[in-house]
Design a protein around this ligand. Sequence first.
Ligand code: ATP
Ligand code: MG
Length: 563
Amino acid sequence: MSEVSKSLDFIRTIVTEDLKNNKNNGRVMTRFPPEPNGYLHLGHSKSICLNFGIASEFGGVCNLRFDDTNPCKEDIEYVESIQEDIKWLGFDWEDRLYYASDYFDQMYQYALQLIKDGKAYVCNLNAEEIRHYRGTLTESGKESPYRTRSIEENLSLFERMKRGEFEEGTCVLRAKIDMTSPNINMRDPTIYRIRKAEHHRTGNKWCIYPMYDFAHCISDATEGITHSICTLEFEINRPLYDWYLDQLPVPCHPQQIEFAKLNFTRTIMSKRKLLRLVKEGHVSGWNDPRMPTLAGARRRGYTAEAIRNLCDMVGVAKSNSVVDIALLEHCIREDLNKKALRVMAVLKPLKVIIDNYPENQVEELEAVNNPEDPNSGTRKIPFSRIIYIEQDDFREDPPKGYFRLSPGREIRLKHAYYIKCNSVIKDELTGEIKEVHCTYDPETKGGWSTDGRKVKGTSHWVSAPHSIEAEVRLYDYLFLDVKAGEEEETSDFMERLNPNSLEILKKCRLEPGLKEAKTGISYQFLRQGYFCVDSVDSLPDKPVFNRTVSLRDTWAKIEKSQK
Ligand code: ATP
Ligand code: MG
Protein backbone atom coordinates (compact mmCIF):
# COMPACT_ATOMS: atom_id res chain seq x y z
CA MET A 1 0.00 0.00 0.00
CA SER A 2 1.33 3.43 -0.86
CA GLU A 3 1.90 5.82 1.98
CA VAL A 4 -0.87 8.21 2.90
CA SER A 5 0.73 11.59 2.44
CA LYS A 6 -2.22 13.91 2.84
CA SER A 7 -3.48 14.90 6.23
CA LEU A 8 -6.58 12.90 6.94
CA ASP A 9 -9.87 14.53 6.08
CA PHE A 10 -13.04 12.95 7.44
CA ILE A 11 -13.41 10.57 4.48
CA ARG A 12 -9.82 9.38 4.65
CA THR A 13 -10.31 8.91 8.38
CA ILE A 14 -13.28 6.61 7.70
CA VAL A 15 -11.31 4.61 5.13
CA THR A 16 -8.36 4.29 7.52
CA GLU A 17 -10.65 2.99 10.28
CA ASP A 18 -12.31 0.54 7.90
CA LEU A 19 -8.95 -0.84 6.87
CA LYS A 20 -7.88 -1.15 10.49
CA ASN A 21 -11.04 -3.14 11.23
CA ASN A 22 -10.59 -5.23 8.10
CA LYS A 23 -14.01 -4.13 6.86
CA ASN A 24 -14.55 -5.24 3.21
CA ASN A 25 -11.64 -7.69 3.74
CA GLY A 26 -9.24 -4.80 3.52
CA ARG A 27 -10.40 -3.75 0.06
CA VAL A 28 -10.86 -0.17 -1.05
CA MET A 29 -12.84 0.45 -4.21
CA THR A 30 -14.32 3.79 -5.21
CA ARG A 31 -15.92 5.04 -8.43
CA PHE A 32 -16.45 8.28 -10.26
CA PRO A 33 -20.03 8.17 -11.60
CA PRO A 34 -20.72 11.01 -14.07
CA GLU A 35 -23.96 11.26 -15.96
CA PRO A 36 -23.07 11.73 -19.64
CA ASN A 37 -25.38 14.73 -20.02
CA GLY A 38 -22.73 17.43 -20.29
CA TYR A 39 -19.01 18.12 -20.08
CA LEU A 40 -17.10 17.79 -16.84
CA HIS A 41 -16.49 21.02 -14.96
CA LEU A 42 -14.04 22.20 -12.33
CA GLY A 43 -16.38 21.02 -9.60
CA HIS A 44 -16.17 17.47 -10.89
CA SER A 45 -12.40 17.62 -10.60
CA LYS A 46 -12.80 17.64 -6.82
CA SER A 47 -14.80 14.42 -6.96
CA ILE A 48 -12.34 12.88 -9.44
CA CYS A 49 -9.31 13.80 -7.31
CA LEU A 50 -11.06 12.47 -4.23
CA ASN A 51 -12.23 9.14 -5.65
CA PHE A 52 -9.09 8.32 -7.65
CA GLY A 53 -6.87 9.84 -4.96
CA ILE A 54 -8.30 7.77 -2.11
CA ALA A 55 -8.11 4.59 -4.17
CA SER A 56 -4.45 5.08 -4.97
CA GLU A 57 -3.46 6.25 -1.48
CA PHE A 58 -5.07 3.22 0.16
CA GLY A 59 -3.97 0.58 -2.32
CA GLY A 60 -7.37 0.31 -3.94
CA VAL A 61 -8.86 1.01 -7.33
CA CYS A 62 -11.35 3.50 -8.73
CA ASN A 63 -13.84 2.70 -11.48
CA LEU A 64 -15.23 5.05 -14.06
CA ARG A 65 -18.93 4.43 -14.37
CA PHE A 66 -21.30 6.31 -16.60
CA ASP A 67 -24.59 6.83 -14.87
CA ASP A 68 -26.56 6.55 -18.10
CA THR A 69 -30.09 5.93 -16.88
CA ASN A 70 -31.77 8.88 -18.55
CA PRO A 71 -31.71 8.32 -22.32
CA CYS A 72 -33.33 11.69 -23.11
CA LYS A 73 -30.43 13.86 -21.99
CA GLU A 74 -27.43 11.70 -22.63
CA ASP A 75 -25.10 11.62 -25.57
CA ILE A 76 -22.02 9.77 -26.82
CA GLU A 77 -20.22 13.12 -27.28
CA TYR A 78 -20.34 13.53 -23.52
CA VAL A 79 -19.17 9.96 -22.91
CA GLU A 80 -16.08 10.68 -24.99
CA SER A 81 -15.32 14.12 -23.61
CA ILE A 82 -15.59 12.86 -20.03
CA GLN A 83 -12.98 10.16 -20.65
CA GLU A 84 -10.64 12.62 -22.34
CA ASP A 85 -10.97 15.07 -19.46
CA ILE A 86 -10.31 12.52 -16.70
CA LYS A 87 -7.20 11.30 -18.51
CA TRP A 88 -6.03 14.86 -18.99
CA LEU A 89 -6.49 15.54 -15.29
CA GLY A 90 -4.08 12.68 -14.71
CA PHE A 91 -6.20 9.71 -13.62
CA ASP A 92 -6.60 6.22 -14.99
CA TRP A 93 -9.46 3.75 -14.59
CA GLU A 94 -7.41 1.09 -16.45
CA ASP A 95 -9.86 -1.56 -17.69
CA ARG A 96 -12.64 -0.60 -15.30
CA LEU A 97 -14.94 1.42 -17.53
CA TYR A 98 -18.56 0.63 -16.74
CA TYR A 99 -22.03 1.86 -17.55
CA ALA A 100 -25.08 1.68 -15.32
CA SER A 101 -26.86 0.44 -18.45
CA ASP A 102 -24.64 -2.68 -18.29
CA TYR A 103 -26.73 -3.63 -15.27
CA PHE A 104 -30.21 -2.99 -16.68
CA ASP A 105 -31.00 -6.74 -16.78
CA GLN A 106 -29.84 -7.18 -13.20
CA MET A 107 -31.84 -4.13 -12.09
CA TYR A 108 -34.95 -5.50 -13.76
CA GLN A 109 -34.50 -8.81 -11.93
CA TYR A 110 -34.11 -6.96 -8.63
CA ALA A 111 -37.27 -4.98 -9.35
CA LEU A 112 -39.15 -8.25 -9.94
CA GLN A 113 -37.73 -9.48 -6.64
CA LEU A 114 -39.12 -6.44 -4.80
CA ILE A 115 -42.55 -7.04 -6.37
CA LYS A 116 -42.48 -10.72 -5.40
CA ASP A 117 -41.56 -9.75 -1.86
CA GLY A 118 -44.54 -7.36 -1.73
CA LYS A 119 -42.19 -4.35 -1.58
CA ALA A 120 -43.03 -2.73 -4.90
CA TYR A 121 -46.16 -1.97 -6.87
CA VAL A 122 -47.29 -0.52 -10.15
CA CYS A 123 -48.99 2.82 -9.57
CA ASN A 124 -51.31 4.52 -12.04
CA LEU A 125 -51.39 7.93 -10.41
CA ASN A 126 -50.07 10.55 -12.79
CA ALA A 127 -47.07 12.73 -11.94
CA GLU A 128 -49.27 15.53 -10.62
CA GLU A 129 -51.23 13.14 -8.38
CA ILE A 130 -48.09 11.43 -7.11
CA ARG A 131 -46.73 14.81 -6.08
CA HIS A 132 -49.98 15.65 -4.36
CA TYR A 133 -50.15 12.31 -2.52
CA ARG A 134 -46.54 12.60 -1.42
CA GLY A 135 -47.30 15.36 1.08
CA THR A 136 -44.81 18.01 2.15
CA LEU A 137 -42.01 18.50 4.64
CA THR A 138 -44.56 19.30 7.33
CA GLU A 139 -47.40 17.12 6.13
CA SER A 140 -47.38 13.36 5.95
CA GLY A 141 -48.16 11.66 2.62
CA LYS A 142 -51.22 9.63 1.58
CA GLU A 143 -51.15 6.07 0.32
CA SER A 144 -51.82 5.51 -3.36
CA PRO A 145 -55.05 3.64 -4.12
CA TYR A 146 -52.92 1.23 -6.20
CA ARG A 147 -50.69 0.34 -3.28
CA THR A 148 -52.65 -2.77 -2.36
CA ARG A 149 -52.54 -4.45 -5.77
CA SER A 150 -51.76 -8.15 -5.59
CA ILE A 151 -48.30 -9.43 -6.34
CA GLU A 152 -49.64 -11.25 -9.42
CA GLU A 153 -51.27 -8.12 -10.79
CA ASN A 154 -48.10 -6.10 -10.17
CA LEU A 155 -45.94 -8.70 -11.90
CA SER A 156 -48.20 -8.74 -14.91
CA LEU A 157 -48.48 -4.93 -15.12
CA PHE A 158 -44.73 -4.46 -14.75
CA GLU A 159 -44.14 -7.04 -17.48
CA ARG A 160 -46.54 -5.09 -19.72
CA MET A 161 -44.74 -1.82 -18.88
CA LYS A 162 -41.54 -3.46 -20.06
CA ARG A 163 -43.17 -4.69 -23.26
CA GLY A 164 -44.15 -1.15 -24.13
CA GLU A 165 -47.92 -1.63 -23.81
CA PHE A 166 -48.41 1.59 -21.84
CA GLU A 167 -47.76 5.18 -22.78
CA GLU A 168 -45.20 7.35 -21.01
CA GLY A 169 -46.53 8.82 -17.80
CA THR A 170 -49.44 6.41 -17.41
CA CYS A 171 -47.82 4.29 -14.70
CA VAL A 172 -44.62 3.75 -12.72
CA LEU A 173 -43.21 1.07 -10.48
CA ARG A 174 -42.89 2.30 -6.89
CA ALA A 175 -41.24 0.97 -3.77
CA LYS A 176 -43.65 0.25 -0.92
CA ILE A 177 -41.95 1.89 2.04
CA ASP A 178 -43.70 4.44 4.23
CA MET A 179 -45.93 7.33 3.18
CA THR A 180 -45.64 8.84 6.66
CA SER A 181 -41.85 8.87 6.78
CA PRO A 182 -40.39 12.25 7.75
CA ASN A 183 -37.97 11.71 4.84
CA ILE A 184 -39.91 12.42 1.66
CA ASN A 185 -37.53 10.20 -0.31
CA MET A 186 -38.91 7.22 1.62
CA ARG A 187 -42.55 7.91 0.69
CA ASP A 188 -42.91 5.17 -1.91
CA PRO A 189 -40.28 6.48 -4.35
CA THR A 190 -40.45 5.65 -8.04
CA ILE A 191 -38.23 2.75 -9.13
CA TYR A 192 -39.01 2.56 -12.86
CA ARG A 193 -40.63 4.94 -15.31
CA ILE A 194 -41.62 4.57 -18.95
CA ARG A 195 -39.43 6.40 -21.48
CA LYS A 196 -39.93 5.52 -25.10
CA ALA A 197 -36.55 6.85 -26.08
CA GLU A 198 -33.57 5.33 -27.77
CA HIS A 199 -30.63 4.80 -25.45
CA HIS A 200 -27.10 5.48 -26.73
CA ARG A 201 -25.99 2.01 -25.65
CA THR A 202 -29.03 -0.23 -25.29
CA GLY A 203 -30.86 1.17 -28.30
CA ASN A 204 -34.55 0.29 -28.18
CA LYS A 205 -34.19 -2.74 -25.93
CA TRP A 206 -35.80 -0.95 -23.02
CA CYS A 207 -38.71 1.41 -22.72
CA ILE A 208 -38.61 1.43 -18.93
CA TYR A 209 -35.68 3.05 -17.19
CA PRO A 210 -34.64 2.83 -13.51
CA MET A 211 -34.52 5.95 -11.35
CA TYR A 212 -31.18 7.23 -10.11
CA ASP A 213 -31.60 6.04 -6.50
CA PHE A 214 -32.36 2.49 -7.55
CA ALA A 215 -29.74 2.29 -10.29
CA HIS A 216 -26.95 3.89 -8.33
CA CYS A 217 -26.87 1.67 -5.27
CA ILE A 218 -27.25 -1.48 -7.38
CA SER A 219 -24.42 -0.40 -9.70
CA ASP A 220 -22.20 0.29 -6.68
CA ALA A 221 -23.01 -3.04 -5.07
CA THR A 222 -22.61 -5.00 -8.31
CA GLU A 223 -19.11 -3.61 -8.83
CA GLY A 224 -18.11 -4.23 -5.23
CA ILE A 225 -17.61 -0.57 -4.37
CA THR A 226 -16.62 -0.14 -0.73
CA HIS A 227 -16.98 3.63 -0.30
CA SER A 228 -19.59 5.38 -2.42
CA ILE A 229 -18.57 9.01 -2.21
CA CYS A 230 -21.09 11.60 -3.37
CA THR A 231 -22.02 15.21 -2.80
CA LEU A 232 -23.96 16.61 0.12
CA GLU A 233 -27.35 16.91 -1.53
CA PHE A 234 -27.57 13.11 -1.54
CA GLU A 235 -27.46 12.91 2.23
CA ILE A 236 -31.26 12.64 2.39
CA ASN A 237 -31.14 9.88 -0.25
CA ARG A 238 -28.88 7.73 1.91
CA PRO A 239 -31.71 5.96 3.80
CA LEU A 240 -33.17 4.94 0.44
CA TYR A 241 -29.74 3.81 -0.82
CA ASP A 242 -29.49 1.61 2.25
CA TRP A 243 -33.12 0.43 2.07
CA TYR A 244 -32.79 -0.95 -1.46
CA LEU A 245 -29.55 -2.73 -0.64
CA ASP A 246 -31.05 -4.17 2.55
CA GLN A 247 -34.02 -5.64 0.65
CA LEU A 248 -32.05 -7.16 -2.21
CA PRO A 249 -29.62 -10.10 -2.41
CA VAL A 250 -26.76 -7.85 -3.55
CA PRO A 251 -23.11 -9.00 -3.31
CA CYS A 252 -22.13 -6.22 -0.90
CA HIS A 253 -23.40 -3.08 0.79
CA PRO A 254 -21.20 -0.05 0.05
CA GLN A 255 -21.11 2.85 2.48
CA GLN A 256 -22.38 6.12 1.09
CA ILE A 257 -20.38 9.14 2.29
CA GLU A 258 -21.26 12.73 1.39
CA PHE A 259 -18.94 15.72 0.98
CA ALA A 260 -19.44 19.38 0.02
CA LYS A 261 -19.40 20.41 -3.62
CA LEU A 262 -16.75 22.67 -5.03
CA ASN A 263 -18.17 25.97 -6.26
CA PHE A 264 -16.46 29.17 -7.32
CA THR A 265 -17.35 32.82 -7.30
CA ARG A 266 -17.96 34.41 -10.72
CA THR A 267 -19.02 31.21 -12.43
CA ILE A 268 -21.60 28.44 -12.37
CA MET A 269 -21.22 24.67 -12.10
CA SER A 270 -24.63 23.35 -13.00
CA LYS A 271 -24.53 21.32 -16.21
CA ARG A 272 -28.07 22.34 -16.98
CA LYS A 273 -27.10 26.02 -16.87
CA LEU A 274 -23.87 25.45 -18.76
CA LEU A 275 -25.88 23.70 -21.47
CA ARG A 276 -28.06 26.80 -21.75
CA LEU A 277 -24.99 28.98 -22.27
CA VAL A 278 -23.93 26.66 -25.09
CA LYS A 279 -27.37 26.25 -26.68
CA GLU A 280 -28.22 29.93 -26.61
CA GLY A 281 -24.85 30.84 -28.12
CA HIS A 282 -23.47 32.91 -25.25
CA VAL A 283 -20.24 30.93 -25.61
CA SER A 284 -18.74 29.16 -28.61
CA GLY A 285 -19.24 25.69 -27.13
CA TRP A 286 -18.58 23.50 -24.09
CA ASN A 287 -14.86 24.12 -24.61
CA ASP A 288 -15.08 27.90 -24.86
CA PRO A 289 -12.09 29.16 -22.83
CA ARG A 290 -14.46 31.11 -20.58
CA MET A 291 -16.39 28.00 -19.59
CA PRO A 292 -15.65 26.37 -16.22
CA THR A 293 -15.52 23.02 -17.97
CA LEU A 294 -12.30 21.02 -17.98
CA ALA A 295 -12.32 21.21 -21.79
CA GLY A 296 -12.60 25.00 -21.58
CA ALA A 297 -9.94 25.23 -18.87
CA ARG A 298 -7.54 23.13 -20.94
CA ARG A 299 -8.10 25.25 -24.03
CA ARG A 300 -7.61 28.38 -21.94
CA GLY A 301 -4.22 27.07 -20.80
CA TYR A 302 -5.05 25.95 -17.26
CA THR A 303 -2.90 23.00 -16.28
CA ALA A 304 -4.04 19.70 -14.78
CA GLU A 305 -1.39 20.07 -12.09
CA ALA A 306 -2.75 23.44 -10.99
CA ILE A 307 -6.30 22.10 -10.81
CA ARG A 308 -5.18 19.09 -8.76
CA ASN A 309 -3.28 21.44 -6.44
CA LEU A 310 -6.36 23.55 -6.01
CA CYS A 311 -8.43 20.48 -5.05
CA ASP A 312 -5.78 19.60 -2.47
CA MET A 313 -5.81 23.11 -1.08
CA VAL A 314 -9.58 23.37 -0.66
CA GLY A 315 -9.70 19.95 0.99
CA VAL A 316 -12.76 17.86 1.76
CA ALA A 317 -15.40 18.99 4.19
CA LYS A 318 -19.04 18.57 4.97
CA SER A 319 -20.31 22.11 4.71
CA ASN A 320 -21.00 23.87 1.43
CA SER A 321 -18.92 26.90 0.61
CA VAL A 322 -17.96 28.95 -2.42
CA VAL A 323 -14.27 29.21 -3.23
CA ASP A 324 -12.91 32.57 -4.40
CA ILE A 325 -12.01 32.21 -8.08
CA ALA A 326 -8.83 34.16 -7.22
CA LEU A 327 -7.55 31.05 -5.44
CA LEU A 328 -7.86 29.01 -8.64
CA GLU A 329 -6.06 31.71 -10.60
CA HIS A 330 -3.36 31.81 -7.94
CA CYS A 331 -2.78 28.06 -8.39
CA ILE A 332 -2.57 28.51 -12.16
CA ARG A 333 -0.01 31.31 -11.83
CA GLU A 334 2.09 29.35 -9.33
CA ASP A 335 2.31 26.47 -11.76
CA LEU A 336 2.85 28.52 -14.92
CA ASN A 337 5.44 30.72 -13.26
CA LYS A 338 7.65 27.64 -12.98
CA LYS A 339 6.99 26.36 -16.48
CA ALA A 340 6.25 29.19 -18.87
CA LEU A 341 8.83 30.58 -21.29
CA ARG A 342 9.13 34.36 -21.08
CA VAL A 343 8.64 35.99 -24.44
CA MET A 344 7.77 39.41 -25.78
CA ALA A 345 4.51 40.22 -27.49
CA VAL A 346 3.01 43.61 -28.20
CA LEU A 347 -0.76 43.45 -27.96
CA LYS A 348 -1.59 47.01 -29.05
CA PRO A 349 1.35 48.04 -31.23
CA LEU A 350 2.79 51.50 -31.60
CA LYS A 351 5.55 51.97 -34.17
CA VAL A 352 8.85 53.33 -32.88
CA ILE A 353 11.61 54.40 -35.26
CA ILE A 354 15.14 54.59 -33.89
CA ASP A 355 16.62 57.31 -36.07
CA ASN A 356 20.27 56.76 -35.19
CA TYR A 357 20.16 52.97 -35.67
CA PRO A 358 21.74 51.88 -39.00
CA GLU A 359 19.05 51.23 -41.56
CA ASN A 360 19.78 47.64 -42.57
CA GLN A 361 21.35 46.46 -39.36
CA VAL A 362 19.89 43.54 -37.38
CA GLU A 363 21.34 42.42 -34.07
CA GLU A 364 20.57 39.14 -32.37
CA LEU A 365 20.17 39.96 -28.70
CA GLU A 366 20.22 37.44 -25.90
CA ALA A 367 17.15 36.90 -23.72
CA VAL A 368 16.65 34.52 -20.78
CA ASN A 369 13.85 32.03 -21.28
CA ASN A 370 12.74 31.70 -17.67
CA PRO A 371 14.48 33.27 -14.69
CA GLU A 372 12.61 30.76 -12.44
CA ASP A 373 14.12 27.81 -14.25
CA PRO A 374 17.93 27.76 -14.48
CA ASN A 375 17.80 24.96 -17.04
CA SER A 376 15.65 26.86 -19.50
CA GLY A 377 18.59 28.68 -21.14
CA THR A 378 18.51 31.73 -23.38
CA ARG A 379 17.42 32.56 -26.90
CA LYS A 380 18.25 35.16 -29.54
CA ILE A 381 15.79 37.89 -30.49
CA PRO A 382 16.28 40.25 -33.43
CA PHE A 383 16.57 44.01 -32.90
CA SER A 384 16.32 46.53 -35.73
CA ARG A 385 15.61 50.16 -36.52
CA ILE A 386 11.84 49.86 -36.47
CA ILE A 387 10.20 48.26 -33.48
CA TYR A 388 6.77 48.08 -31.85
CA ILE A 389 6.00 48.89 -28.24
CA GLU A 390 2.63 48.94 -26.47
CA GLN A 391 0.49 52.00 -27.10
CA ASP A 392 0.10 52.21 -23.34
CA ASP A 393 3.85 52.54 -22.93
CA PHE A 394 3.85 55.95 -24.57
CA ARG A 395 2.13 59.20 -23.56
CA GLU A 396 2.63 62.44 -25.36
CA ASP A 397 1.41 64.22 -22.25
CA PRO A 398 2.48 62.01 -19.36
CA PRO A 399 0.39 62.31 -16.21
CA LYS A 400 2.14 62.54 -12.87
CA GLY A 401 3.68 59.22 -11.88
CA TYR A 402 3.90 57.96 -15.45
CA PHE A 403 7.40 56.59 -15.97
CA ARG A 404 7.24 55.14 -19.42
CA LEU A 405 8.15 56.73 -22.74
CA SER A 406 7.21 60.35 -23.48
CA PRO A 407 8.87 63.21 -25.37
CA GLY A 408 12.32 63.95 -23.96
CA ARG A 409 12.25 60.91 -21.67
CA GLU A 410 14.45 57.81 -21.72
CA ILE A 411 13.37 54.21 -21.00
CA ARG A 412 14.88 50.76 -21.23
CA LEU A 413 13.87 48.27 -23.90
CA LYS A 414 14.02 44.89 -22.20
CA HIS A 415 17.15 42.89 -23.19
CA ALA A 416 18.07 45.69 -25.69
CA TYR A 417 19.00 49.36 -25.21
CA TYR A 418 17.98 52.62 -23.65
CA ILE A 419 15.96 54.74 -26.04
CA LYS A 420 14.94 58.39 -25.78
CA CYS A 421 11.93 59.94 -27.46
CA ASN A 422 12.56 62.97 -29.64
CA SER A 423 9.40 63.52 -31.64
CA VAL A 424 5.96 62.23 -32.50
CA ILE A 425 4.21 61.99 -35.85
CA LYS A 426 0.44 62.24 -35.79
CA ASP A 427 -2.37 61.74 -38.25
CA GLU A 428 -3.29 65.24 -39.37
CA LEU A 429 -7.01 64.55 -39.39
CA THR A 430 -7.55 62.38 -36.35
CA GLY A 431 -4.63 63.43 -34.18
CA GLU A 432 -3.84 59.75 -33.64
CA ILE A 433 -0.17 59.02 -32.97
CA LYS A 434 1.26 57.22 -36.01
CA GLU A 435 4.87 56.78 -34.98
CA VAL A 436 7.33 57.81 -32.34
CA HIS A 437 10.88 58.79 -33.19
CA CYS A 438 13.67 57.94 -30.79
CA THR A 439 17.43 57.65 -30.57
CA TYR A 440 19.18 54.76 -28.85
CA ASP A 441 22.36 54.75 -26.80
CA PRO A 442 24.74 52.10 -28.23
CA GLU A 443 26.54 52.03 -24.85
CA THR A 444 23.52 50.45 -23.14
CA LYS A 445 23.47 47.07 -24.90
CA GLY A 446 21.52 44.42 -22.98
CA GLY A 447 19.50 47.21 -21.37
CA TRP A 448 22.15 48.40 -18.87
CA SER A 449 24.02 51.69 -18.84
CA THR A 450 27.75 51.82 -18.28
CA ASP A 451 27.71 55.31 -16.71
CA GLY A 452 25.27 54.49 -13.90
CA ARG A 453 22.46 56.43 -15.57
CA LYS A 454 19.10 55.09 -14.39
CA VAL A 455 15.72 54.94 -16.11
CA LYS A 456 12.41 54.30 -14.43
CA GLY A 457 10.53 52.47 -17.17
CA THR A 458 11.18 49.21 -18.95
CA SER A 459 9.15 48.27 -21.99
CA HIS A 460 8.82 45.06 -23.93
CA TRP A 461 9.06 45.36 -27.72
CA VAL A 462 9.39 43.40 -30.93
CA SER A 463 11.34 44.16 -34.10
CA ALA A 464 8.72 45.27 -36.62
CA PRO A 465 10.04 43.50 -39.75
CA HIS A 466 10.78 40.27 -37.88
CA SER A 467 7.70 40.02 -35.71
CA ILE A 468 4.70 37.86 -36.59
CA GLU A 469 1.10 38.95 -36.53
CA ALA A 470 -1.35 37.13 -34.28
CA GLU A 471 -4.83 37.36 -32.85
CA VAL A 472 -4.93 37.46 -29.07
CA ARG A 473 -8.05 36.78 -27.01
CA LEU A 474 -8.39 38.25 -23.55
CA TYR A 475 -11.00 36.88 -21.17
CA ASP A 476 -12.93 38.24 -18.27
CA TYR A 477 -15.33 36.40 -15.95
CA LEU A 478 -18.51 35.04 -17.49
CA PHE A 479 -20.60 36.60 -14.74
CA LEU A 480 -20.70 40.11 -13.42
CA ASP A 481 -21.51 39.34 -9.85
CA VAL A 482 -19.28 37.58 -7.41
CA LYS A 483 -21.95 35.25 -6.12
CA ALA A 484 -22.97 33.73 -9.45
CA GLY A 485 -22.17 30.29 -8.07
CA GLU A 486 -24.49 30.64 -5.13
CA GLU A 487 -27.60 32.00 -6.69
CA GLU A 488 -30.99 30.41 -6.44
CA GLU A 489 -32.38 27.98 -8.96
CA THR A 490 -35.29 30.31 -9.57
CA SER A 491 -33.43 33.51 -10.42
CA ASP A 492 -32.42 34.15 -13.99
CA PHE A 493 -28.67 33.85 -14.04
CA MET A 494 -28.56 34.95 -17.70
CA GLU A 495 -29.26 38.52 -16.67
CA ARG A 496 -25.93 38.65 -14.91
CA LEU A 497 -23.82 37.51 -17.84
CA ASN A 498 -20.80 39.73 -18.40
CA PRO A 499 -21.23 41.30 -21.88
CA ASN A 500 -17.47 41.99 -22.03
CA SER A 501 -16.08 38.60 -21.14
CA LEU A 502 -14.19 38.32 -24.43
CA GLU A 503 -11.90 40.93 -25.99
CA ILE A 504 -10.31 40.11 -29.34
CA LEU A 505 -7.13 41.89 -30.43
CA LYS A 506 -6.50 41.21 -34.10
CA LYS A 507 -3.17 42.81 -34.95
CA CYS A 508 -0.82 41.89 -32.17
CA ARG A 509 2.89 41.53 -32.92
CA LEU A 510 4.86 38.66 -31.44
CA GLU A 511 8.55 37.86 -31.35
CA PRO A 512 9.40 35.57 -34.29
CA GLY A 513 10.12 32.44 -32.24
CA LEU A 514 6.42 32.18 -31.44
CA LYS A 515 5.85 30.98 -34.99
CA GLU A 516 6.81 27.59 -33.58
CA ALA A 517 4.42 27.81 -30.61
CA LYS A 518 2.62 24.54 -29.97
CA THR A 519 -0.68 23.89 -28.26
CA GLY A 520 -0.33 22.69 -24.70
CA ILE A 521 2.69 24.92 -24.00
CA SER A 522 2.43 28.04 -21.88
CA TYR A 523 4.20 31.31 -22.49
CA GLN A 524 4.48 34.34 -20.34
CA PHE A 525 4.11 37.41 -22.52
CA LEU A 526 6.17 39.83 -20.45
CA ARG A 527 3.95 42.15 -18.40
CA GLN A 528 0.78 40.78 -20.06
CA GLY A 529 0.16 37.42 -18.46
CA TYR A 530 0.27 33.76 -19.41
CA PHE A 531 -0.83 32.72 -22.88
CA CYS A 532 -1.23 29.61 -24.98
CA VAL A 533 -2.03 28.78 -28.59
CA ASP A 534 -5.74 28.27 -29.12
CA SER A 535 -6.18 24.59 -29.95
CA VAL A 536 -9.28 25.15 -32.05
CA ASP A 537 -8.95 28.34 -34.09
CA SER A 538 -5.21 28.81 -34.48
CA LEU A 539 -3.74 28.29 -37.97
CA PRO A 540 -0.03 28.19 -38.90
CA ASP A 541 -0.26 31.43 -40.87
CA LYS A 542 -2.94 32.97 -38.61
CA PRO A 543 -1.98 32.15 -35.04
CA VAL A 544 -4.49 32.72 -32.24
CA PHE A 545 -3.43 32.97 -28.61
CA ASN A 546 -5.56 32.83 -25.47
CA ARG A 547 -4.71 34.66 -22.32
CA THR A 548 -4.81 32.02 -19.61
CA VAL A 549 -4.53 34.48 -16.75
CA SER A 550 -3.08 37.92 -16.14
CA LEU A 551 -0.02 38.45 -13.93
CA ARG A 552 -1.78 40.36 -11.19
CA ASP A 553 -2.39 38.00 -8.29
CA THR A 554 -5.20 39.21 -6.09
CA TRP A 555 -5.10 36.05 -3.99
CA ALA A 556 -1.42 36.52 -3.11
CA LYS A 557 -2.31 40.06 -2.02
CA ILE A 558 -5.14 38.83 0.18
CA GLU A 559 -2.82 36.30 1.79
CA LYS A 560 -0.12 38.88 2.37
CA SER A 561 -2.50 41.35 3.98
CA GLN A 562 -3.67 38.66 6.39
CA LYS A 563 -0.15 37.92 7.62
P1 ATP B 1 -24.76 18.97 -12.25
O1 ATP B 1 -25.58 19.44 -11.11
O2 ATP B 1 -23.77 19.96 -12.75
O3 ATP B 1 -25.54 18.36 -13.36
P2 ATP B 1 -24.25 16.36 -11.25
O4 ATP B 1 -23.97 16.13 -9.83
O5 ATP B 1 -25.58 15.98 -11.75
O6 ATP B 1 -23.84 17.83 -11.61
P3 ATP B 1 -22.81 14.13 -12.23
O7 ATP B 1 -22.39 13.83 -13.60
O8 ATP B 1 -23.87 13.29 -11.64
O9 ATP B 1 -23.19 15.64 -12.17
O10 ATP B 1 -21.55 14.15 -11.27
C1 ATP B 1 -20.63 13.11 -11.15
C2 ATP B 1 -20.02 13.14 -9.79
O11 ATP B 1 -19.39 14.39 -9.57
C3 ATP B 1 -21.06 12.97 -8.73
O12 ATP B 1 -20.56 12.09 -7.74
C4 ATP B 1 -21.27 14.35 -8.19
O13 ATP B 1 -21.67 14.32 -6.86
C5 ATP B 1 -19.88 14.97 -8.38
N1 ATP B 1 -19.98 16.41 -8.52
C6 ATP B 1 -20.81 17.11 -9.32
N2 ATP B 1 -20.65 18.44 -9.16
C7 ATP B 1 -19.69 18.60 -8.23
C8 ATP B 1 -19.08 19.73 -7.62
N3 ATP B 1 -19.43 20.98 -7.93
N4 ATP B 1 -18.13 19.51 -6.68
C9 ATP B 1 -17.76 18.27 -6.36
N5 ATP B 1 -18.29 17.16 -6.90
C10 ATP B 1 -19.25 17.31 -7.82
MG1 MG C 1 -25.96 13.68 -11.00
